[in-house]
Design a protein around this ligand. Structure first.
Ligand code: ASP
Ligand code: MG
Length: 482
């Protein structure tokens, strides 16, 4: 049985929800039971709710209340469109109750003129409470028997409001009490993602974008065979489509590869949110709810258990072969090329060079350098060293001047802006040692400022001028992803 999580654009309006219904119906027909459904708030609703709370907290009721009414209308319109009488009546009542509560809170915030994290969670939770109510009723109305689950009874968290951490064993027990019996009875449980409650029953949220996390928690808790993340793109791409003309869809990658790519800015899904699934070895698939027949991108704990065959990835360059893709093992006459998993990049990177001919390799020097970054709470992305210098990249420039001044007290510092990080990722880098050299070789005419391959050996990262990034990325893509 699968867990299907639908993001905000996949529940944005009645048209999107009708697509969702067909996707659920198909999974149900295939598996004979389930699926368990987790939904985000309708698109942009969480942003609006947080804006409403902020406006109310600064006593701007005339701004907050009309926005509440707009949200009310949007949800009521969807409910009326998707669910007919007589089932429409209880749904409309539930929606009205949520909005009456919201209006009450908004008025109270305006009086108190402050918004605590705990109250903010109550406001933010409305989006998912509403969308899940509507989706559950719409499924039932369309002949797919579904039942709404209050996520606050199913996902149990600590009390770190606005970014609460789930309590695993409590959550698993709660899922066993709420979601599992519905599945066992042959119906489809529907719950809002992103939200939960603390042990003493206060509404909490898992942090922005948290419904993927909810999907993974539900999947891990009920032992699903697959967790599907339904969104509005085909899956993970081999490179940023704004930079590379024709990126490929990555059909499968390992969790570690996904983590490396996300760290360097690949969009779609943050791997840490699917950790509960990966730990239980449950595959996670990213799918496009506009094109449900697509294969999407499959993320598994390790790529090697899913069809990664080394030989398959050797192809000859077109110039030397009589047909693309012909495998060969003759190293003398051919260049072996291996396909990587993905490219990621980060713009607006600043390189800081720190030079000290006397001191550098003395013990304690690097500690002094990094203490400065720590003092100014600035995270470092990449570090390389030589006998006389250390180069460090940062992307947060807020405290750059102060950092430079502090380091200047014991070393020479120079700063180069408008640089970029380009990162090639693939577990295959571990298996094919010559590949790193190949990656660098492909970039031969591009001046590289820094090169690094970390211990994981599944990525090789270079720093280059931002203006060279598009060309460099195209070159790598052409060579390793064609
Ligand atoms: N609705 C929440 C947000 O916008 C959670 C989610 O959609 O994942 O952050
Ligand atoms: Mg989302």
């Amino acid at each position: 049985m699968v867990v299907q999580k639908f993001g905000g654009t996949s529940v944005a309006d009645p048209t999107a929800i009708r697509r969702l219904i067909e996707i659920v119906r198909t999974a149900r027909a295939r598996d004979g039971r389930g699926p368990a459904v987790v939904v985000s708030a309708m698109s942009r609703v969480t942003d609006t709710l947080l804006g409403i709370a902020a406006a109310a907290g600064s006593d701007q009721l005339n701004e907050a209340l009309p926005r509440v009414e707009e949200l009310r209308e949007r949800h009521l319109a969807a409910a009326r469109d998707l669910v007919d009488e007589p089932e429409q009546v209880p749904l409309i009542t539930q929606i009205a109750d949520h909005f009456d509560q919201l209006t009450g809170i908004v008025r109270a915030l305006a009086v108190l003129r402050e918004v605590s994290p705990r109250t903010l969670d109550v406001v933010a939770s409305m989006g998912e409470l509403l969308s899940s109510r509507i989706v559950a009723a719409a499924l039932t109305a369309a002949g797919v028997p579904a039942e709404w689950v209050d996520a606050r009874c199913a996902i149990i968290t600590n009390d770190d409001h606005t970014r609460a951490a789930p309590l695993t064993s409590e959550t698993n027990a709660a899922l066993g009490r709420t979601v599992v019996p519905i599945l066992d009875s042959g119906r489809v449980p529907v719950l809002g993602g992103f939200i939960g409650a603390t042990l003493d029953g206060h509404t909490s949220t898992l942090g922005r974008g948290g419904s993927d996390y909810s999907g993974a928690l539900v999947g891990a808790g009920i032992g699903a065979s697959e967790i599907q993340i339904w969104t509005d793109v085909d899956g993970m791409l081999s490179a940023d489509p704004r930079i590379v003309k024709a990126p490929r869809l990555v059909s499968q990658l390992s969790f570690a590869e996904a983590a490396e790519l996300a760290y360097f800015g690949a969009k779609v899904l943050h791997p840490s949110t699917i950790l509960p699934a990966v730990e239980r070895n449950i595959p996670v698939r990213i799918l496009n709810s506009w094109k449900p027949e697509g294969a999407g991108t499959l993320i598994t704990a390790s790529r090697s258990n899913g069809g990664y065959e080394r030989e398959e990835y050797y192809i000859q360059p077109a110039s030397e072969s009589d047909g693309p893709g012909r495998a060969t093992r003759d190293a003398h006459t051919t260049t072996r090329i291996v396909r990587l998993t993905g490219l990621a990049s980060k713009r607006d990177v600043t390189v800081i060079d720190i030079t000290s001919s006397r001191m550098l390799m003395a013990y304690g020097f690097l500690r002094r350098v990094f203490e400065v970054f720590e003092r100014f709470r600035t995270a470092v992305d990449m570090v390389t060293t030589s006998e006389v210098s250390v180069s460090i990249t940062v992307d947060d420039r807020r405290h750059l001047d102060a950092i430079v001044e502090a380091i200047s007290e014991f070393a020479e510092v120079s700063v180069e802006r408008e640089m970029a990080l380009l990162c090639a990722v693939g577990d295959v880098l571990r298996d094919v040692p010559e590949l790193s050299a190949k990656v660098i070789g492909v970039l031969e005419e591009v001046p590289l400022r820094m090169i690094s391959q970390a211990a994981s050996r599944r990525n090789i990262t270079v720093v280059l001028r931002q203006s060279d990034l598009p060309h460099a990325m195209e070159r790598l893509h052409e060579e390793f992803f064609r």
